[in-house]
Design a protein around this ligand. Structure first.
Ligand SMILES: Nc1ncnc2c1ncn2[C@@H]1O[C@H](COP(=O)(O)OP(=O)(O)OP(=O)(O)O)[C@@H](O)[C@H]1O
Ligand SMILES: [Mg+2]
Length: 499
């Protein structure tokens, strides 16, 4: 590959934010028709580098060359005019507009005479772009009525309208099902055939091996190196990313299981959850597996009182309880960490400290109802350290943290409530391999402290590696239960597809 002139080269890029050196002397090379992975731990600088390339941020130092010519990227529109488009970690489609209105957002076609938006033209062109990526969605559909996978396709179609030569995808698959991910890869291969280049960010190493030609690794804002995918192993990549070998990705700990902490009896939520019964013991991590849409999140939210159950009973510590709201659930020691942490968990305008302690301020009150600030700060610092949250200090606004580090803050917030029963939905989505292990250690600690953990996860390796026992759901029903020594991918899949 070295003999061909790169389509894009970033050389010696540096960027600082107050208190943070986000990038230091970073290089990146991308050729036409190539998919390049950008890999690194949470906070390594991946999104920042891509925001510089796409004109969102200005670099402090370094050079950007397109086909060998140095360019000075002035802003997003300017980057787009040079053929660079970014699809951000959070999608930016507008739910109340149609598919074609979204595709041409900011690029609308106006009639010369009437100065009205020419919807028919946009519709027609949208069909063409969608067809190019093999997506047969109706351009008149409102975006709120389509699924996340399709929204992703719209973002790509939008990039095509801008004549992009380089499309940046920042963690595109975190919210996608396996089928949608496959579709996305088919589209990426089509883009490659057209000679376009894709820069692909993901924490899922399997995906990187499937779709990327080469990999550039960053660590702590610094360039570690670039390698061809076919010449490395997963372990090589992990070592490059975290700077050391990562033994035992799934630390497991056998703990004496004592009394039953949670008993769920015949719970239903209309047709979403159907007559589900199970128990979790103190000292146990119960995994809930299933395909997307199997009703796992609905089950969790029903137990947590977010949804009103249509039938069934819940017992905690042997006592029948009535849970009609999350507040009730929390008062009984049940916490639920949502899979959609961005939407349900974060307050962007607040600091790391405030986000961590907002649900728990009462526990720092003294007898005069004053907050014991010192205790609060100590607790926050403890969790920053425990989960290695990358932030210059506890007062940093959470919106300035990287995606994965924001996730860790929300996790800390729930852990601080020291729940008796913690329900945790896709706990490591968007989390790097090193930090994943830290989270598993925390779950093991809860286990040892006699708490119960219920972990919903679509990551097979994780559910097999971490759980003491797994129950599997299919179309709202429990279809199977597996003990730790029965946990294999085949056994789980068998129940997950409902046979
Ligand atoms: N606007 C900002 N203000 C202050 N600090 C920032 C800002 N944007 C990013 N940072 C910091 O720069 C560093 C790199 O962040 P970046 O978002 O690029 O990481 P990342 O590699 O994309 O991580 P993740 O995998 O978690 O998404 C982090 O320490 C982050 O807190
Ligand atoms: Mg990021």
């Amino acid at each position: 590959m070295e003999d061909k002139k790169p389509l894009l080269e970033m050389v010696g890029i540096s960027k600082s934010f107050p208190g943070v050196k986000a990038l230091q002397d970073v290089n990146l090379k991308v050729h036409s028709g190539e998919v390049v992975a950008l890999l690194g731990e949470n906070g390594a600088g991946k999104s920042t580098l891509m925001k510089i390339l796409s004109g969102v941020y200005k670099k402090d130092e370094g050079k950007v060359l397109i086909e060998g010519n140095e360019v000075d990227i002035q802003g997003i529109k300017h980057a787009e005019s040079m053929g660079i488009t970014i699809i951000h970690q959070e999608l930016s489609v507008l739910p109340n507009l149609t598919v074609s209105e979204n595709i041409f957002l900011g690029n609308e076609k106006f009639d010369k005479g009437t100065r009205r938006i020419n919807k028919a033209w946009m519709r027609e062109r949208s069909l063409g772009f969608l067809e190019q990526i093999g997506c047969n969605i109706n351009p008149d559909t409102l975006v709120k009525d389509i699924n996340v996978g399709e929204m992703q396709m719209i973002e790509i179609a939008k990039a095509l309208t801008k004549n992009s030569g380089i499309i940046i995808m920042d963690e595109p698959t975190t919210a996608l099902t396996d089928v949608e991910t496959k579709n996305l890869f088919t589209v990426i291969r089509k883009l490659k055939e057209k000679g376009m280049a894709v820069i692909y960010i993901s924490h899922r190493l399997d995906e990187i091996f499937q779709i990327c030609d080469s990999i550039t690794v960053l660590r702590d804002g610094k360039y570690v190196g670039d390698v061809e995918t076919k010449s490395v192993t997963k372990d090589d990549l992990i070592t490059m990313m975290v700077g050391r070998k990562l033994e035992e990705q799934f630390p497991y700990k056998e703990v004496d299981k004592t009394k039953t902490l949670l008993k769920v009896d015949n719970i239903s939520l209309k047709d979403k959850v159907r007559n589900v019964s199970f128990e979790v013991k103190a000292g146990e991590i119960l995994g809930i597996a299933g395909l997307m849409g199997a009703g796992r999140t609905e089950l969790a939210k029903t137990i947590f009182g977010d949804y009103k159950k249509s039938s069934g009973e819940i017992c905690i510590d042997g006592q029948k309880v009535s849970i009609n709201s999350p507040k009730d659930a929390i008062s009984h020691g049940v916490c639920y960490l949502s899979e959609d942490r961005k939407k349900e968990g974060l307050i962007l305008g607040m600091s790391v400290r405030e986000n961590m302690t907002i649900s728990n301020l009462k526990s720092y009150e003294n007898s005069l109802k004053r907050i014991n600030k010192k205790a609060e700060k100590e607790e926050v610092d403890k969790y920053i350290k425990k989960l290695s949250v990358k932030t210059p200090h506890r007062e940093q606004l959470i919106k300035n943290l990287s995606g994965g580090n924001q996730q860790k803050v929300i996790l800390a917030k729930w852990l601080m409530l020291s729940p008796k029963i913690l329900i945790i939905d896709e706990p490591t989505k968007g989390i790097d391999v090193g930090a994943k292990k830290e989270i598993y250690e925390v779950l093991n600690e809860l286990k040892s402290a006699g708490k119960a953990v219920i972990m919903i996860s679509s990551d097979m390796a994780e559910i097999i590696g971490v759980s003491d026992r797994v129950i599997v759901m299919h179309e709202g029903k429990l279809t199977g239960e597996l003990k730790r020594d029965e946990l294999t991918q085949e056994n789980i899949m068998k129940y997950a597809v409902g046979i």
